[in-house]
Design a binder for this molecule. Structure first.
Ligand code: BLA
Length: 498
């Protein structure tokens, strides 16, 4: 039996997908000790190597695959001939074991890859002017390489929900572009694994998992860690999910920016098994790495540009507040750029209990004080939320305001900026509450990840556009500048009085 037992919707993120105790059947796996003797093998070795799994244990690699292939493995070769079959070889370490995976060569997808064709693809990616164009180009390149019916670029948000931001597909398929999927579709341990291992293939959704023999490593009494094995058997829950979508084969490639999973290239096939050649898969992984690097660059450049623009506005405000003879608090509240500095629609200053209101703010003093104290975190840095009603429930249905940014030096000395609610329509790929319903029914029910993948519209309320980090930065700088000015002017006054 496979190492992991029953999984259901309530235990999604606890399924140990790196130790399934089984592989997919399109290759064989051997785990060797330091003497190159097999300690664990996949149960399908008799088909490919002509020796029963029980009899393979304890034999050397040379005895199992012949001296030529063993020499090829020792030399790090990627292809070799086994009997009359041309095979791909991959090897990597897992703990003390050397894992060798052998798979017949596939001729699916682009097989005549050259440095020149890959360089061309790289150049086209590099020319994409924005992250959106980059994603679209990546989907096109990967589809051309791998030949899947549909290739999507799926991007995570800060809560690990995702959106299909680019798509290349067979003409007759309906589009998934713009659809959102909840974070639970790709649970935390899968995201962790995908950050270190950048590709995975399910060549045939209907495969029967091939168990490892023995299931536990006799040296450690633990299951073999297959995190980096390309033949790793995948989560049965995920297989069920894909079959609900009508998918017959799937592959995904990680997009990692600054060490964090940024998104995935998700590939679907709908017309039977699909196993792209190893070269094509490697090239696709390489393009994923190139695109990850470029996406990081584009986003950093973007944020630099916006930070710079915000800093310019801040500079003007600092100059004006410093040069006027009035109190800087009066000047700042009358400043023409008070709201545009952080793209707000209203602002309120509290100074020793006195309130000054600018723009659209229809809140009473008690509500304002409740909001300010909810955002006070003692950090001496600007704080913000895009959904204030979640922090201050007593606000109830004040839909005119959803986003608040606060700077402050004390509980009655603060400046708040406001943003209105921005009603947003989210198109989910299927009803995201469906899973919660299924989970509530209890584990005895045969759970399906989702019963329908039809578009499911949700209107998100009570949220503003999010506050970018550079908005907090300039707001904080303005706040500290004002405090500094107030201090130095009061010192001047004391000096003058003396
Ligand atoms: C894995 N889920 C995945 C993967 C994707 C998705 C891309 C990576 C594996 C692969 O390449 O196929 C999700 N696939 C999507 C989404 C789209 C898509 C959002 O095509 C949109 C178009 N999944 C669930 C629930 C559970 C779950 C409820 O929906 C848990 C009970 C689990 N998903 C799950 C697990 C994996 C997974 C465990 C890891 C599979 C593995 O690598 O073994």
């Amino acid at each position: 039996t496979p190492a992991y037992g029953e999984v259901d919707l309530t235990t999604c993120d606890r399924e140990p997908i790196h130790i399934p105790g089984a592989i997919q059947p399109h290759g064989v796996l051997l785990a060797l000790d330091e003497h190159s003797q097999a300690v664990m093998v996949s149960a399908n070795v008799d088909g490919m190597l002509g020796v029963a799994a029980e009899d393979a244990i304890g034999r050397t690699l040379g005895e199992l695959v012949g001296p030529d292939l063993a020499t090829a493995v020792a030399g790090g070769a990627e292809t070799a001939v086994l009997g009359k079959v041309e095979v791909e070889i991959r090897q990597h370490r897992s703990g003390d074991r050397l894992i060798v995976e052998i798979e017949p060569v596939s001729t699916t997808g682009q097989t005549r890859l050259t440095y020149r064709s890959t360089r061309g693809a790289m150049a086209r990616l590099a020319q994409a002017p924005s992250v959106g164009d980059l994603a679209a180009q990546l989907a096109a390149e990967v589809r051309a390489l791998l030949g899947f019916d549909r290739v999507m670029v799926y991007r995570f948000d800060e809560e690990w929900n995702g959106e299909v931001i680019a798509e290349e597909r067979r003409e007759d398929l309906n589009s998934f572009l713009g659809l959102h999927y909840p974070a639970t579709d790709i649970p935390a341990q899968a995201r962790r694994l995908y950050t270190v291992n950048w590709t995975r293939l399910i060549a045939d959704i209907e495969y029967v998992p091939v168990p490892l023999h023995p299931v536990l490593d006799p040296g450690t009494a633990a299951p073999l860690d297959l995190s980096h094995a390309t033949l790793r058997s995948v989560s049965p829950i995920h297989i069920e999910y894909l079959s609900h979508m009508g998918v017959t084969a799937s592959m995904s490639i990680s997009l990692v920016v600054d060490g964090q999973l940024w998104g995935l290239v998700a590939c679907h096939h709908y017309s039977g098994p699909h196993r792209p050649s190893h070269d094509a898969r490697s090239a696709a992984e390489f393009l994923g790495q190139v695109a990850s690097q470029l996406a990081g660059d584009r986003e950093r450049a973007d944020s630099r540009e916006r930070t710079l623009a915000a800093q310019t506005v801040l500079g003007r405000m600092v100059a004006r507040t410093s040069s006027r003879p009035e109190s800087p608090l009066v000047t700042v509240m009358d400043d023409p750029e008070l709201l545009s500095l952080v793209h707000a629609t209203g602002a309120v200053l509290s100074y020793n209990g006195e309130l000054t209101v600018r723009g659209d703010v229809d809140l009473d003093p008690d509500q304002l004080r409740a909001i300010s104290s909810a955002l006070e975190d003692g950090s001496n840095y600007a704080t913000a939320t895009d959904r204030i009603a979640e922090l201050v429930p007593e606000l109830g249905d004040v839909s005119s305001i959803a986003g608040v940014l606060r700077v402050g030096s004390a509980s009655d000395r603060w400046l708040l900026w406001f943003r209105p609610e921005q009603e947003r329509v989210v198109d989910w790929g299927g009803d995201p509450t469906n899973k919660e319903l299924a989970a509530a029914e209890g584990p005895h029910v045969r759970l399906s990840p989702r019963r329908s993948f039809d578009k499911w519209r949700q209107v998100v309320r009570g949220r503003s556009t999010p506050w970018a980090p550079w908005k907090l930065e300039v707001a904080d700088a303005l706040g500290k500048h004002l405090i500094g000015l107030l201090l130095s002017r009061s010192r001047d006054q004391i000096a003058m009085a003396e």
